[in-house]
Design a binder for this molecule. Structure first.
Ligand SMILES: [Zn+2]
Length: 450
């Protein structure tokens, strides 16, 4: 990913004494190792030899929660009504059709779609480990390896959050579909996950699928694995009230309390969704500096409810964003949803600033994925950034100094013109430079699963 090149952005959203501000005529020099050597605002016209980028440069977006194969469900799960649980049955049918080759093709196309949406790093919450029936592949990490390879082909960074998934509910064995997810116990999971290795574009993290899927007495083993490696640890938390009810029935405590009691919460941990929380749950998450990943386009698609993102942020939890089920892949839509959902709930405006929402999708998202050196346009950071048009039919009109507001409240994935990852120009003028015909590859990869 290393490149020595200088970019010149018409405008850029830069760290500033008061948080962030939009600057104009910004030189971004990339040095060896794909890191930013210098950021120079107000630098005058684009110099000869620099790559001119029209629009507003933002740090690359971090998609902190993804299940790549769910992209194959787009459209098909919008027919009729159903519940989270009937949606899950459809999702399991898609999962059953995948093998390492077909997952490589699908995930490459999905990650290329992410690149076109301005996403430079993905947190892949990966639990589709084994062949149908739970049969081990010759390489027991063949599926995870396919995801790492897919991110490489699509030119983005990945944190593979290898997920421990052992049971179908409290005290219940995995169902037939879930046999592909299970390693049997947490120690066997850890033995397999330990064989995964970092690459220049890839880091390894861990995940507890949920308190439904990992028995309480095995939660500590997963937390220990992550702690020994100082790796990110993610967990689905209280997305549905049924999970809370079942956890209370089985253990007499909420899922958040159960995770806290078994050492799962902490500053390297991200709780995903956190939709249905008690006051004590909010306190446990904030006291432990646990990050919370909101996935609002998925949460509304699955009728989960509106999570207490603002309350959690006010209590001190970093907030991050993910496209999760990929009902849509649009980091700007995820960002504005936090504010707009809160407006609908409270009938008041102004809970989040555009700057705070951009920070959730960039700096805090990257930190939650174990890339603390990305997500800021400043010297020393990884040279990962996207550029959105300020002259499209959606974004034309506002003055450039309102670029953050324009990005969050008006722009969409279709306004992304450029993506640079580690200094490499991955998306140029809206065209992916590594994956030709992303739409065609999505159609082919998804069609092959029918
Ligand atoms: Zn998820």
């Amino acid at each position: 990913m290393s490149a020595v090149v200088t970019y010149w952005a018409e405008h850029a959203w830069l760290p500033h004494a008061d948080g962030h501000a939009v600057a104009r005529d910004v030189l971004i020099a990339v040095g060896p190792g794909g890191r930013i050597a210098k950021v120079a605002p107000e630098s005058g016209p684009c110099p000869a030899g620099a790559v001119r980028l029209a629009g507003l440069a933002l740090p690359g977006q971090a998609n902190a929660h993804s299940h790549a194969f769910h992209r194959a469900l787009r459209g098909t799960v919008q027919v009729g009504s159903g519940t989270f649980w009937t949606w899950r049955d459809t999702m399991y049918r898609v999962a059953s059709a995948l093998d390492p080759d077909s997952y490589l093709a699908l995930a490459t196309a999905v990650y290329a779609e992410m690149a076109l949406a301005g996403i430079s790093a993905v947190g892949e919450f990966h639990y589709l480990h084994h062949a149908p029936g739970g049969v081990r592949y010759d390489d027991p990490n063949a599926m995870g390896g396919a995801l790492i390879e897919a991110a490489q082909r699509a030119g983005i960074r990945i944190t593979l959050l290898d997920t421990c998934y052992l049971s179908s509910g409290f005290g219940a064995e995995p169902t037939d579909h879930q046999l592909r997810f299970s390693d049997g116990d947490a120690d066997a999971w850890a033995d397999r996950a330990a064989r995964l290795t970092d690459a220049e574009h890839a880091r390894i993290g861990a995940a507890v699928h949920s308190v439904r899927a990992v028995p309480a007495e095995q939660l500590g083993a997963v937390a220990h694995f992550a702690a020994m490696r100082k790796a990110p640890l993610h967990v689905h938390l209280s997305e549905q009230t049924a999970e809370n009810d079942a956890c209370l029935a089985a253990h007499g405590v909420t899922p958040t309390r159960l995770l806290a009691d078994h050492g799962v919460l902490g500053p390297r941990t991200s709780a995903v969704h956190a939709t249905h929380l008690t006051d004590e749950d909010v306190r446990l998450l904030s006291d432990s500096s646990t990050a919370v990943c909101m996935c609002p386009t998925t949460e509304r698609d699955l009728a989960d409810g509106i999570g207490p993102a603002k309350r959690l942020a006010a209590a001190g939890c970093p907030i991050t964003l993910g496209s999760d089920s990929h009902a849509v892949i649009d980091p700007f839509e995820e960002a504005r949803a936090l504010e707009l959902d809160e407006r609908l709930r409270t009938r008041t405006r102004g809970h989040w600033t555009a700057n705070a929402l951009l920070r959730a999708g960039t700096e805090d998202g990257h930190a939650s994925l174990g890339w603390p050196e990305a997500g800021r346009l400043e010297a020393g950071a990884l040279a990962d950034f996207c550029v959105i048009a300020l002259d499209s039919v959606r974004t034309a009109g506002p003055p450039p100094e309102l670029g953050a507001e324009t990005a969050v409240f008006a722009a969409g994935a279709a306004d992304v013109r450029h993506l640079v990852v580690g200094g490499r120009h991955v998306v140029k003028d809206g065209v992916h430079q590594l994956v030709p015909d992303v739409a065609g590859q999505l159609a082919a990869a998804i069609g092959a699963l029918r």
